[in-house]
Design a protein around this ligand. Structure first.
Ligand code: SAM
Length: 262
């Protein structure tokens, strides 16, 4: 398996934009047993911590559970997922179905002959099975990703894309690293995780600000990050230049792994 933690999917460019803003098959607006798909025409949407504005209201689709936004097809999602298709080929395992953008982008832009989407929510899995029924290369499996990969044979997949985290939040990183490490035996080629480099950079900033400043006073948070840093930081770290400490924390962010519930 190849995993590049520095791969950036938060990019924007004319070619990316043109390829991302295509017609995609999406569930029709409506209520679906506790989930809601709606469409709204707006003149501004978030894009990489800024606001992107349009001259006219533009229609976007969103998937909610109660008041919680799970997924949308706004430019940030489309662009990041399109980037995530880079290097994918053959049979790709996809964790998290959502609105089904990624499998469609994979089939359109990458030499991918087969896609296996693992989705934990029964209603989402059902909606996707209907929406994507026209492409027989895409299979939707209703299961938890961790349970599904535990039952797979070595080197069963050529690539893997993980997008089960509800937000771009660094607290998901250890859980994603844990899943990544569990995929090592079953994925031959590229593995990508939505927003990984962005979340890792945020995690390092958070560790520097909250955890390292405390450790300098010989105090620590009693949580996995606090305990992990206290045990693993090499002696003498207090004298390191800022850049050396940041490089160590970055490498720590890439490897810290434990199961996380979300
Ligand atoms: C952000 S959405 C994925 C969006 C998707 N990449 C797309 O193309 O639209 C996250 C999805 O992961 C699913 N999910 C969350 N935890 C999961 C798990 N442990 N196993 C499988 N699916 C999970 C959620 O139900 C949700 O549908």
């Amino acid at each position: 398996m190849q995993f590049d933690p520095t791969f950036r999917d938060d990019l924007l460019g004319d070619d990316l934009w043109r390829r991302a803003m295509i017609d995609l098959l999406l569930s029709a607006p409506g209520e679906y047993a506790g989930l809601r798909v709606d469409q709204e025409a707006v003149t501004a949407v978030p894009l990489y911590e800024r606001q992107l504005t349009f001259p006219q209201p533009t229609l976007w689709t969103r998937l909610y559970e109660g008041d919680r936004l799970w997924m949308s097809d706004t430019p940030q999602e489309r662009l990041m997922m399109l980037r995530g298709t880079t290097g994918m080929q053959g049979h790709v395992l996809v964790a998290g179905g959502g609105l089904g953008l990624y499998p469609q982008l994979l089939r359109r832009y990458a030499p991918v002959q087969r896609v296996t989407v693992v989705e934990r929510h029964p209603v989402v899995a059902g909606l996707l099975a209907e929406t994507l029924a026209g492409d027989k290369a895409i299979q939707i499996i209703h299961a938890s990703f961790a349970e599904y990969i535990a039952g797979q044979t070595p080197a069963a997949f050529d690539g893997c894309y993980i997008d089960i985290h509800p937000t771009l939040d660094p607290r998901w990183l250890p859980g994603l690293n844990w899943l990544r490490d569990r995929c090592a035996g079953i994925v031959k080629g590229t593995l990508r995780i939505w927003g990984y480099d962005w979340m890792a950079r945020e995690l390092v900033k958070g560790l520097e600000k909250e955890y390292i400043s405390l450790l300098r006073q010989n105090l620590t948070f009693d949580d996995p990050f606090g305990r992990g840093l206290r045990q693993e930081l090499p002696s003498g770290w207090r004298a390191w230049p800022e850049e050396e400490l940041r490089a160590w924390l970055t490498e720590y962010a890439y490897r810290a792994a434990w199961p996380v519930e979300w």
